[in-house]
Write a protein that binds this ligand. Structure first.
Ligand code: XIL
Length: 400
């Protein structure tokens, strides 16, 4: 029966078909033999505590390598539709995608994701307005000729971007990662980019103010990967310093996004540091003491150094994720938990530093055969154990 697919009524698929147009009808077709995702879903468990659960997803289409974790893959859609209350575009809203040149915006792929989300009644987080890290800035921006008034030109480029993107999606997006990863983990200081060369640290202020001007009710987030493991001390301290500076200067930041790529950096060659629960708790206290909300924005597990045996590896990951979530969700300021992908097969970590034994990665809640793993149970158990929080503020700017 079509209606058993992903636990969603057929009307949504019809809406999806209408929203995406004839060429994309395949996205909406039910996979009759596919097993249902467990009930209650992760989002239902989250909701019972005033939380939401979601995942990254891609638009597929023009990017064959990423087709897997996308709205064009029925396996992926089944799991996302079955488990999630919100999605975040894996790459589709980044400057590199939305703005192929200084004067050109291309919303095609992002709009496909928005139509998908509307058809499945999923909310969408915005990610991100500025990935302030040279490695991920568009080449045209890194090579841009800023002319004789470089500060004015740089500010115009940035504000135009943020204003155009925010207004394009409007209030459908209630939470944006305004700045992604501006703190250098090695120094704890701001990264230097073509934008800081002309605007200094104020590039961050300009970005948040532009977002607030365009979307007064949107939750504005600073998102970064200062994780709980040893080795992140400087990164965490740098993020706290930045948030304190922004607060002193009246910059409108509402929340900190905890990327939560657990188990060590994706470029890491050696073993990750051990978790530091006490330091993590005090970091989160420091952030929330400033009045900020928290979000888990990109949860996954770098299983690079975990045992080869899948059962042992999955068990270790589940315990690790559970411990992390228990501590992090003890802060009622966390209202959203999103994974950076639901299926092991399509995790971005497959393209990063490989396991020394060359075995496939298992970073996500579902395995290569699209079956729920112990990590999925760990998230479910953490949701069940989490203290309740006020549900209504989720994803919205807190009312002052
Ligand atoms: C990653 C995507 O998953 C990859 O497809 C892309 O090649 C690079 O970016 N932190 C972030 C995300 O904020 O945007 C990154 O996503 C993963 C790390």
């Amino acid at each position: 029966m079509a209606s058993s697919w992903a636990g969603r009524p057929p009307s949504r698929r019809q809406t999806l078909a209408a929203a995406l147009g004839g060429a994309s009808l395949a996205v909406a077709r039910p996979v009759l033999a596919a097993p249902a995702t467990p009930s209650p879903s992760l989002n239902q468990l989250a909701k019972a505590k005033g939380l939401r659960f979601g995942s990254a997803i891609a638009a597929g289409a023009s990017d064959a390598r990423r087709m897997g974790g996308s709205i064009d893959n029925p396996d992926y859609v089944r799991v996302v539709a079955g488990e999630c209350g919100l999605i975040v575009p894996e790459n589709e809203m980044k400057m590199q995608t939305l703005r192929p040149g200084p004067e050109v915006f291309d919303f095609t792929r992002a709009d496909r994701l928005m139509a998908f989300a509307a058809a499945y009644s999923l909310e969408v987080r915005g990610h991100n307005l500025l990935w302030h890290n040279n490695r991920w800035l568009p080449a045209w921006l890194n090579n841009y000729d800023f002319g004789s008034r470089p500060a004015t030109t740089a500010e115009r480029l940035l504000v135009t971007h943020i204003d155009t993107v925010c207004r394009h999606f409007g209030p459908r997006i209630r939470s944006w990662d305004v700045i992604n990863e501006t703190i250098d983990p090695d120094t704890g200081r701001m990264r230097e980019t073509v934008l800081t060369r002309h605007l200094g640290d104020k590039v961050i202020d300009i970005a948040f103010h532009a977002a607030r001007d365009a979307l007064p009710d949107c939750q504005l987030v600073y998102n970064d990967y200062m994780e709980w493991e040893a080795g992140n001390e400087r990164h965490r301290a740098g993020v706290l310093d930045l948030l304190e500076r922004l607060r002193r200067d009246g910059v409108p930041v509402d929340a900190l996004g905890l990327q939560s790529h657990l188990g060590g950096d994706s470029d890491l060659q050696g073993a990750p540091g051990a978790p530091q629960p006490a330091a993590w708790r005090s970091f989160l206290h420091g952030v929330t003491a400033m009045g900020h909300d928290l979000l888990v924005t990109e949860l996954d597990m770098n299983d690079r150094t975990l045992p080869a045996d899948p059962a042992r590896r999955d068990a270790a990951t589940a315990t690790y994720v559970r411990d992390y979530l228990d501590l992090t969700l003890s802060f009622p300021q966390v209202r959203d938990v999103l994974c950076w992908g639901m299926l092991d097969r399509f995790s971005w970590l497959n393209g990063r530093a490989p396991r020394p034994d060359g075995l496939p990665r298992r970073p996500c809640p579902y395995d290569r055969e699209n079956r729920p793993k112990p990590m999925r149970e760990a998230i479910a158990a953490a949701m069940r154990a989490a203290p309740e929080r006020a549900p209504s503020a989720s994803g919205r700017r807190p009312v002052p």
